[in-house]
Design a protein around this ligand. Structure first.
Ligand code: AMP
Length: 202
């Protein structure tokens, strides 16, 4: 099964992707995590994208498409993957469809986590404060100003994907403002139903 977890920054994609990874035994492919790891490692890619990430802007499509294609060809993705934070633009979604088609695969389902903006800004503040309280360094893009910028970028570049996947009949929407446990259950119910209908390529 190839699943896209879709939603604005702070909607809980990463949290739910990690839960799904454990329950469904599929790897979580988070472009955000891969890019942050490259920055932390000081690799050439990391040096190229560090300022872009700190500002909350989008990394060029061809960069993230190449990262995903390389990662998807690892053996642990043989049965599919959970895409988290990718695709974020229409060209990325088209490239993902083409990449999967070339491997005789497809996106089976897209789950959108819907969360109000005010809650997203609050969540980013809480996440940064908790990291500091635990003695860590918060993400440079988790301050209110940058979160607002990331949200504006989300609505301009990423939200059009809702229609893209709706037209493909693949979109399911979940209330991302419910508790983590309730969101997990709602996603499980959608996947179980889709599985029964034979929609998940399992
Ligand atoms: P995330 O952890 O998904 O919130 O991503 C953190 C940051 O990484 C984003 O604000 C972007 O700067 C960059 N990024 C992650 N995924 C993508 C993507 N698919 N396309 C472009 N930039 C991305």
């Amino acid at each position: 099964m190839n699943l896209v977890l879709f939603g604005p920054p702070g909607s809980g994609k990463g949290t739910q992707a990690k839960i799904l990874e454990e329950k469904r035994h599929l790897p979580q492919l988070s472009t955000g995590e891969m890019l942050r790891a490259a920055v932390a490692a000081g690799s050439p890619l990391g040096k190229k994208v560090e300022a872009v990430l700190a500002k909350g802007d989008l990394v060029p499509d061809e960069t993230v498409i190449a990262i995903i294609a390389e990662r998807y060809d690892q053996p642990d993705c043989a049965k599919g993957a959970i895409f988290d934070g990718f695709p974020r633009t229409i060209p990325q979604a088209e490239a993902l469809d083409a990449m999967l088609a070339a491997r005789k695969k497809k996106i089976d389902i897209v789950i959108e986590l819907k969360v109000d903006d005010a809650i997203l800004v609050k969540r980013a503040e809480t996440r940064a404060a908790e990291t500091v309280a635990a003695g860590g360094k918060p993400r440079p893009d988790d301050n209110p100003e940058t979160v607002k910028r990331r949200l504006a970028i989300y609505y301009e570049n990423t939200a059009p994907l809702i229609d893209y996947y709706k037209k493909q009949g693949k979109l399911a929407t979940v209330n991302g403002m419910a508790s983590i446990d309730e969101v997990t259950k709602a996603i499980a119910a959608i996947l179980d139903m889709a599985g029964r209908k034979g929609c998940l390529g399992l």
